[in-house]
Design a protein around this ligand. Sequence first.
Ligand code: HOZ
Length: 432
Amino acid sequence: MVTTTLKTTRSEEIFAAAQKLMPGGVNSPVRAFKSVEGSPIVFDRVKGAYIWDVDGNQYIDYIGTWGPAICGHANPEVLAALKAALEKGTSFGAPCYLENVLAEMVIDAVPSVEMVRFVNSGTEACMAVLRLMRAFTGRDKVIKFEGCYHGHADMFLVKAGSGVATLGLPDSPGVPKSTTANTLNAPYNDLEAVKQLFAENPGEICGVILEPVVGNAGFIAPDAGFLEGLRLITQEAGALLVFDEVMTGFRIAYGGAQAKFGVTPDLTTMGKVIGGGLPVGAYGGRREIMQMVAPAGPMYQAGTLSGNPLAMTAGIKTLELLQRPGTYEQLDRITKKLADGMLQVAQETGHAACGGQISAMFGFFFTAGPVHNYDDAKTADTAKFGRFHRGMLEQGIYLAPSQFEAGFTSLAHTDEDVERTLAAARTVMAGL
Ligand code: HOZ
């Protein structure tokens, strides 16, 4: 147990009250400190790479509101654009020119996307994309990977990552077996397992959906040839390949993982960065497939606030900022310094650890590794991570409160922030 020096009285009061008002005191399970020490910190404001709690403590933030804050929190240009848009109203529930602007930006950037539909979250995007995969192919079965997370829709809550992994839930009550009967799971990075599922279910599988770089079982990179192999297998089986780029889209490259790795899926889901901090999700892909979506085609999907002008504005401005020269070089450099530094500190202080980074996404496991899939990730010492997490908080560093979540950096993180983080990690690891 790390000695507590952090004053968190107000956070504790608010969280105690919250537990009587909301299940677990939170509005999303990943925010609870269920697998780390202490109770959640309640925040008051954010700016750049920093986040301040209600007791006045300042932290360097590596969650970035779970991905959207790639330009830094409360970026002044995003805020100015939002203030101007706000004057015109918050929602039209009717077509708005800003939807065209963001749609064109997404289509220009993401190789697989010829048409796009905006929704309000990554969960919604994944829910809709599965319906579309089934509608287009006329097949019901889908392959996903253990530890990948595609939101909380029923069909995906089998061996899922993120909060489901953190809480150690194999599945969720309330999800009828019939709903997940068509969800097939394979270990990530295992092409043979995927081939076997296709062989066992000929003509029945609509496609394969995956996080091209996993962020919801901790950070796991695809092995060389894995994404290419999936492209080939799905093509041969007349099935669709879907990249869930909710986390990786516009983060690990402007065009997402598909641009980074040069593998083009049929469909893509997005969220987080494209909303610039407001609730947005999207799915898109080949025109002939997207034309099935209502009202162009028969597959129904809708949303009251979808494409609302505020979310579109924040997304447009965020993508404009990301288009500036040197952006991704800077994100990669600063994140590499952090990820390499963490491994170095672990080695110096005698802890078995492995991890990595691609552009502004990184991860770190307390296990010698290597980690290629969810089973490997589960060998990590989660109790040690719990103590490490608390120690880092005490040092003013805010990490995701789970070993099964990737970390995120932003354009606002400086060399000095990373150096402070590594110094903190050295102090904490030396005391574990
Ligand atoms: N998908 C994110 C975690 N891996 C955050 C969304 C949530 O709150 O579940």
